[in-house]
Ligand binder design. Structure first.
Ligand code: 3BY
Ligand code: FES
Ligand code: FE
Length: 418
């Protein structure tokens, strides 16, 4: 960024008022968007997809993170690797975004050919002195956390991803992501800044009025309301939810399913949070009737009522793991006012559509919820662009995690700017 923008960003970061939304330029300014891509998305562990996206040797997936493009491959030796999608000859982009099957990575421009391990295997007409060994694809750091794939574009990635993996793997293991497959995938472009997408994800204050499909007992009381503001019936519901949560946690932990809340959203470079939440009263899944959408349980899960294990990461993901399916979300910024939200629905790898599950039933809750959230992000962006915009206060009861996201973001930006 230019010297002047750098200075104004430093000032904006310094004067951020905790407990309040960010100032408008954080949502609208192109220079701050570029800084977000440099300091947040190029230096932290970014969630890009799941191991089942590249289940077999020869499978490859390309994910674009801003201007960077990353190829993720599975080699014959079953190794998952990641490379910059930039040819080492004259730099051509080699594979378009999406999933494919390849034997080698062949640049379409002059046919330089790389193995799935990134080594340059063929390059014609380059002369005697040409050293292929120096022209392998540039590696990108990749870490599978129980089957969830995180990449980091930095030369020295934050090493606390290991701690996140150590904590999260026992939570994720019972759902056995590696033995699932992607039943459906959707890309939704939201008309808003990526931080509005994340802020919106970190609260359920908006759920009651906006998400009829995401049955209210699912989350609402778990996200906390001001005690004084509840009428008697709501208070009884909130107490019932708290009691249900306690008994479920005891039962699940007894069954070997880690369930207790772990929250490192704002005190780690690689911020994350998890908790296993009850679904409705004795619900099985995030479906319209709260019954399992898929007949084949995941992993070794026998008990159908295992709630929904939620996992949130900074800066760009959230996930819900049920007994019968998994829904996983990737946030990829496009520009200051556009953000891609990529959602994947995973079922057991042997599950057959139309036999073991109905795609409509599997996806309808989050398809509807995603569109509702996209609409909310769009009106938030419109407000942030209005000259009258002034950051308002977060609710201390229902928007604590929004504050944690904002505090993490401000802290990471300050750290990057020194
Ligand atoms: O990948 C490269 O460009 C380096 C430079 C020298 C050796 N080689 C692995
Ligand atoms: Fe890739 Fe020439 S740019 S082979
Ligand atoms: Fe929502």
């Amino acid at each position: 960024m230019s010297g002047q923008s750098h200075e104004s960003l430093t000032n904006l970061l310094a004067r951020r008022k905790p407990g309040y939304a960010l100032e408008a330029p954080f949502y609208t300014d192109d220079a701050i968007f570029e800084a977000d891509m440099d300091y947040i998305f190029s230096r932290h562990w970014i969630y890009v997809g799941v191991e089942p996206d590249i289940a077999e040797p020869g499978d490859a997936m390309v994910v674009n993170i801003g201007k960077a493009s990353v190829i993720i491959t599975r080699d014959d030796d079953d190794q998952v690797r990641a490379f910059h999608n930039v040819c080492r000859h004259r730099g051509a982009r080699m594979i378009p975004e999406g999933k494919t099957m390849i034997g080698n990575i062949v640049c379409p421009y002059h046919s330089w050919t790389y193995g799935l391990d990134g080594d340059l295997k063929f390059a014609e007409h380059m002369g005697e002195d040409f050293d292929r060994a120096c022209r392998g694809l540039k590696k990108v750091a990749i870490r599978s956390v129980g089957g969830l794939l995180f990449v980091c574009l930095a030369k020295n990635p934050p090493d606390d991803v290991e701690e996140m993996a150590r904590v999260m793997e026992p939570y994720l293991a019972p759902h056995d992501i590696r033995n699932t497959r992607v039943a459906f995938e959707s890309d939704l472009i939201e008309n808003g800044n990526w931080k509005l997408t994340l802020e919106n994800n970190r609260e359920c204050y908006h759920c009651g009025p906006n998400h009829p499909e995401l049955t209210i007992p699912l989350f609402a009381y778990g996200f906390g309301y001001a005690p004084g503001a509840l009428d008697e019936e709501q208070l009884r519901d909130a107490e019932r939810y708290a009691e249900l949560s306690r008994t479920c946690h005891t039962r699940w932990e007894g069954e070997g399913l880690p369930s207790q809340e772990v929250d490192h959203l704002d005190d780690r470079v690689t911020g994350f949070r998890t908790e296993r939440l009850p679904i409705d009263q004795s619900g099985e899944s995030q479906t319209l009737d709260t019954k399992a959408a898929c007949r084949i349980p995941l992993g070794a899960l026998k008990d159908k009522v295992v709630g929904g294990l939620s996992f949130w990461t900074q800066p760009n993901s959230w996930h819900h793991f049920m007994g019968d399916h998994i829904v996983t979300f990737t946030v990829l910024p496009i520009d200051a006012s556009h953000t891609l939200v990529r959602t994947k629905w995973l079922v057991h790898k042997d599950a057959v559509e139309g036999v073991d599950y109905d795609l409509q039933r599997l996806t309808e809750v989050w398809q509807a919820t995603n569109q509702q959230d996209a609409d909310l992000v769009e009106i938030s962006q419109q407000g942030a662009e209005d000259p009258a915009f002034e950051p308002g206060p977060y609710s201390p009861y229902t928007e604590g995690l929004v504050e944690k996201f904002a505090a993490w973001y401000i802290g990471r930006m300050k750290a990057a700017l020194g």
